[in-house]
Design a binder for this molecule. Sequence first.
Ligand SMILES: CC(C)(COP(=O)(O)OP(=O)(O)OC[C@H]1O[C@@H](n2cnc3c(N)ncnc32)[C@H](O)[C@@H]1OP(=O)(O)O)[C@@H](O)C(=O)NCCC(=O)NCCS
Length: 380
Amino acid sequence: MIVSPRTSTATIKKIGRSGDERNLHDDRTSVLRMWAGLQSARRFVIGAPRRYDKCMAALSDRYDGPVVELRKIAADDLGPILEEETGDWRAALNWDFRPSADLVRRFVHMQALGGFAFMVNASQGSRLAGYSYYVCEEGKGLIGDLYMKREHRTPENETALLTAVLGAMWHTPGVRRIESQIMLLSSPMERTVPYPKWFRAHPREFLEVPLASILTLSPRALPAIRIAPWTEPWQEATARLIARSYQGHIDSLINDQYRSISGARRFLTNIVQYPGCGTFFGPASYAGTDIPGRELHGISLASLVASDIGHITQVCVAPSDRGTGLGYELVRQSLAALAAHGCRIVSLTVTAANESALSLYRSMGFVKRRDFAAYVWERR
Ligand SMILES: CC(C)(COP(=O)(O)OP(=O)(O)OC[C@H]1O[C@@H](n2cnc3c(N)ncnc32)[C@H](O)[C@@H]1OP(=O)(O)O)[C@@H](O)C(=O)NCCC(=O)NCCS
């Protein structure tokens, strides 16, 4: 997502976590960070791109067909698409998309969102059928979302949008890598994509566990470990744990923030402070430490993606502690706390090739709700 220099003076005063009133008008990076994490079980923090206007102008000249810059679109015209998308997120993923839809509307209204809309019947009073937006920072681009209305959802139409956003990102100075996890893209693993030479797709699964299964899970004794609520002072140790846990891991191919402590820090800031993977829910987030509570061995972080739906945003256990039941117990405690809060379902996402995590989740009663894919383009 892009906030362009043309951002209007419209005031965005209260966006963010409930009860957290902040004037974000002067703080573009915060808005971007929050934005970047929107919608997804996707894990990124991306800030403001630089020198974007020139590239976009060039691109918009090139696209005189059904693909139009989002900045030329009236926010009200996006209404029907966002409404349908909100219904789809609820139906497909039990996810309340309304906060994300509101932000899309606001940023489109401010002409501050980098992306494209897909038009149908362009010659006779055009109608919007889909949209996609993106953000770029520090050599990396992220497709924030791509949604095509059901009646126009064909791989060809989606690819037209994908081609436009990728083209714009490749024209952003310095961008060499693009990541994306588009939850509602059709046939994510079977389609052809633009820039195939640089492309790699990783199958992922969206899993859910119902309350009835959560209630059957019994505690596991871990004599050398203390499990306590995860609080923000653990943030730095957690960033180090994440970087260590994902070393050489398939997920670090998908999200390059897992490859370094600084990347993991940004990832964490995103999930704790911004509502991208739902609203962070401290009471269901846990840290597994040694008995004195000094050394961090594992974490399970949780959020709410709807008033009655929980989500596990991160679970990891230090390599030397794996296979001892710590992952199970951390996740079990998060699930139990979410259930006690009134959640009837808890979801999470996992890479299909992550067999140890998948077998743990399956053994706890998680079942697959949807296949999707993580896409990565890396310019070589
Ligand atoms: C996935 C992950 C969190 C699992 O944590 P863990 O602490 O190793 O998990 P557990 O020990 O609870 O369970 C793992 C296995 O050990 C077994 N186990 C559990 N308690 C055990 C015990 N007391 N003795 C021996 N084995 C045990 C479990 O049955 C499970 O076996 P399975 O893989 O055949 O199902 C951990 O591997 C990890 O951090 N991976 C890297 C990050 C990651 O992939 N995170 C998940 C992203 S979606």
